[in-house]
Ligand binder design. Sequence first.
Ligand SMILES: [Mg+2]
Ligand SMILES: [Zn+2]
Length: 211
Amino acid sequence: MKAVLLDRDGVINALIYHQDAGVIDAPFTRGQFKLLPGVPAAVRLLNDLGLRVAVVSNQPGIAKGHLKRGTLKVLERMMISGIRKGGGHVDRIYYCFHHPQAKLARLRKHCHCRKPEIGLLERAATDLDVRLTECYMVGDGIPDLLAGSRAGCRTIFIGRWKCEICQFTEAPHARPAYVARDLWEAATLIRAEMKGTAEAVSPLKCVPAQA
Ligand SMILES: [Mg+2]
Ligand SMILES: [Zn+2]
């Protein structure tokens, strides 16, 4: 394996409960952006294993009017610097800004890049000069698993906020290779697999949703 493609929200940074709208979603302000514990160390571990690391993230918040592109850039810098402080390095970052019901007309479309489509993954693999079958795709949502499996990646599900079993009954063909509690555990599973010491696959546990 040569690269790891990471979803952003729920994998790298915490999801936010937006009280006004009553939804759990991406952070929309710098005050809401918090790296999850162990993320810089996990990225560093992946770097040390010789794997390229790219972020592939659906970010429809601009299309929906939740934040401006400049704010997303600020959050991106916070992500990069937070990971760098832990000695980690992200090679590439890709976003899909589209949404089929976007408020902004120019971003309203059915695109090829919004996961579960595989456009972002294809771009990352091309730029990193690796094959998609040489990539892990790590995400906390079914669209991540679907995109990863459609693209031929090895998939790892981060189960933290959502009930895995409920999701898998909706999309049984999206079953991942591994389920990890967080990115650090995912990185250690990747290390074990690359060193040929991977033992039991993490059990699929039904974790109650938490807010
Ligand atoms: Mg996510
Ligand atoms: Zn798109």
